[in-house]
Ligand binder design. Structure first.
Ligand code: SAM
Length: 506
């Protein structure tokens, strides 16, 4: 991989300098909260869209915080004397965080973006210049080895990750180190890998500047850097999932044909997991003519693992090609060049009979069960982030359902999950609703249609009566045969449990 035209990085072997820099940044309130207060919500939000003009206007003053924002986030040169008032300037110059520019001014060599941890931690994400603020405006460099900062995909994966305390975690394709940073909160040992050595260097800087323990950094593709006998309690990866006609940008183009990189990652993760361990990925997958996309995804799930796969979005091939052409800034190029690239992308899809591309989340849990549970579903609606606790609860409920046959299910007691409401859907003025919907306000924020029995059943689930006794009472009220009702309702109860509307009591 060529990183030739990228600027040299700060030294990762000067913990004294990094600690001094961290203290100085915190001392000037160069934090996520400090930034929001200084810039105000509109300028802060504009940064996330790669627009810096509002932030430049908000930092025209002379405070240490304004100076740091201009230097590290907006890549503006700042007079040496001003920097020296706030930072250990000689140490920063010597270790490569800063360089001299024309005149008596200094510039940063990397982007440093304050990032608030979930427990209120003041962390920092280091990335290549011009790459701290993701968004539709295109990346700051088109060098193949450029290392990006935090984007929407990064925070989505961080949010859906199960955060149970674990012994070992693996962040595969670590980039700026954001997933490793989160893992450092709840994993005793964190291993971070990347095919790009520059990403490993930047991850070391991110972790050190954030004041968390160093990770075990390993260079290589997919699971290559992991020893044959090494297994983990948690594996996370926001891989280079883009399905493209050729590898150009390491951070997004996996370099394998079609969706092979995501498939390989998922298939190989099973044997790298400890019993009970989770592997969580963002992925893209092909919708191929004549093939059910859910079958394609099911075929990826490794043996011995339960899986929950959620398709969040589907784009047709033209939308997809445009999205990634714009991501690389190709739309700002010569029009003929843009059209040629677009054409090549569509040729590739045509050759593979791909008609659309799905985006989503794949979670595996190693159970070793002889009867694995694989759920593949489409849920494009907003969810409650962080979703990690709901992901964990999903797999716990799957375990519970597997351990209870229908007879045991009818003996069990259930609780209606918190914040569920019932909605009646039908024509205005009609006496009876056409159907009833149960809606969650937490977690996946699901809505599901139920019949009168399902709605009545859910309504009385306060843990006191067994499911079977509740069904007997409903049968009596409705004048139905209780044996038939006991026979036909467990499937509906199972679905309500699986989807988190009902929770087994105790
Ligand atoms: C989309 S970025 C994700 C970065 C970061 N983990 C995040 O969540 O923001 C994908 C990362 O995978 C790395 N990568 C690309 N191909 C890889 C491969 N074959 N094996 C391991 N890492 C790879 C890239 O260098 C890049 O750092």
């Amino acid at each position: 991989m060529s990183n030739a035209s990228l600027s040299p990085l700060p030294s990762a072997d000067r913990p004294d300098v990094t600690a001094g820099l961290r203290d100085a940044l915190l001392g000037a309130s160069f934090t996520a909260d400090g930034l929001l207060e200084l810039l105000g919500a509109p300028a802060y939000a504009a940064l996330a869209r790669s627009e810096i003009v509002p932030a430049l206007r908000a930092t025209r003053g002379d405070t240490p915080l304004e100076m740091l924002v201009r230097l590290f986030l907006l890549q503006q040169p700042v007079p040496h004397a001003r920097v020296a008032d706030v930072l250990p300037v000689d140490a920063c110059l010597e270790s490569g965080w800063l360089v001299r520019t024309a005149g008596d001014e200094l510039a940063a060599t990397v982007d440093v973006r304050p990032y608030g941890g979930p427990g209120g931690e003041d962390w920092f994400i280091v990335s290549d210049l011009g790459c701290a603020v993701g968004g539709a405006g295109g990346i700051g460099s088109r060098n193949e080895g450029v290392v990006l900062g935090v984007g929407g995909a990064s925070t989505t994966l961080a949010g859906i990750t199960v955060r149970t305390p674990v012994d070992s975690a693996l962040d595969l394709g670590t980039g700026s180190g954001i997933q490793a940073l989160h893992a450092a909160r709840h994993a005793t040992r964190v291993t971070a890998t990347d095919v790009n050595p520059r990403a490993l260097h930047i991850t070391a800087l991110t972790l050190a500047l954030s004041g968390v323990p160093a990770a075990d950094l390993r260079e290589g593709s997919l699971f290559e850097p992991v020893g044959e006998d090494e297994t983990y309690d948690l594996i996370v990866s926001n891989p280079p999932f883009v399905i493209s006609p050729g590898a150009r940008l390491t951070y997004r183009d996996g370099g394998m044909g079609g969706d092979d990189l995501c498939r390989t990652l998922v298939q190989q993760a099973g044997e790298r997991l400890n019993e009970g361990g989770f592997a969580q990925f963002l992925a893209n997958w092909q919708h191929v003519e004549g093939e059910d996309w859910t079958d394609r995804l099911r075929s990826w799930v490794p043996r011995g693992c339960d899986a929950w796969i959620v398709q969040r979005e589907v784009q047709d091939v033209a939308q997809y090609a445009e999205l990634w052409l714009r991501d690389a800034g190709d739309h700002r190029e010569d029009a003929a060049e843009y059209q040629a690239r677009y054409d090549a992308w569509l040729d590739e899809f045509e050759a593979r009979k791909v008609k659309a591309v799905g985006f989503g989340w794949i979670t595996l849990r190693r159970t070793g069960s002889a009867v694995p549970s694989v759920t593949v579903e489409e849920w494009p609606h907003p969810v409650e982030q962080p979703l990690g606790p709901a992901v964990r609860a999903h797999f716990d409920r799957i375990d519970w359902l597997r351990a209870h046959d229908d007879a045991a299910l009818l003996e069990a007691h259930f609780l209606l999950a918190p914040e569920i409401v019932q909605e009646q859907v039908g024509l205005p003025g009609a006496e009876d609703p056409e159907h009833v919907v149960l809606r969650q306000h937490r977690g996946m924020r699901r809505a599901t249609k139920v019949d009168t029995v399902g709605a009545g059943f859910a309504g009385v689930c306060d843990g006191t009566m067994s499911a079977g006794r509740i069904l007997d009472a409903i049968a009596q009220l409705m004048g139905e045969d209780p044996v038939l009702l006991r026979d036909r309702t467990p499937a509906q109860i199972r679905l309500l449990v699986e989807q988190g509307f009902l929770e087994p009591a105790g």
